[in-house]
Design a protein around this ligand. Structure first.
Ligand code: THU
Length: 133
């Protein structure tokens, strides 16, 4: 799928954001290596810590559907500036995606910035760190 089409999916997904507390809508669209797209929005909770970001919604939908390999994720917010994924979402992405995952911060179909998980989460805690020396 081309980047502008993936951006459109993230913008559409933002429409479902449940944000009664922050009023800060976020949409995400995750492209699997098999060519499927999983979208997500942020889902807030009155117990604020139970809030789920748009990116994790998309990842969990995909993983629960059996997908494990990802090519790119688009993130779109309302505030007219590139919206970077939060630290928890970066860690969740790194569980499934390799460092070369494209993370596309999109304001609209013409205005976006492509970065990678490697750039966003250098020195990530990974499975190799669980092994004892
Ligand atoms: N949020 C996301 O959905 N993704 C991010 O990467 C940053 C933050 C959401 C969580 C909360 O609903 C709102 O934005 C304000 O933090």
């Amino acid at each position: 799928m081309e980047i502008p089409a993936l951006i459109m999916k993230a913008i559409e997904a933002k429409e479902q954001a449940y944000v009664p507390y922050s009023h800060f809508r976020v949409g995400a669209a995750l492209l699997t290596k098999s060519g499927k797209v999983y979208t997500g929005c942020n889902i807030e909770n009155v117990s604020f810590g139970a809030t789920n970001c748009a990116e994790r919604t998309a990842v969990f939908k995909a993983v629960s559907d059996g997908e494990r390999e990802f090519e790119a994720i688009v993130i779109n917010g309302d505030h007219g500036d590139y919206l970077p994924p939060c630290g928890i979402c970066r860690q969740v992405l790194s569980e499934f995606a390799d460092a070369s995952l494209q993370v596309i911060l999109a304001n609209n179909v013409e205005d976006y910035k492509i970065t990678t998980l490697e750039e966003l989460l250098p020195g990530a805690f990974g499975v190799e760190n669980l092994q004892k020396k």
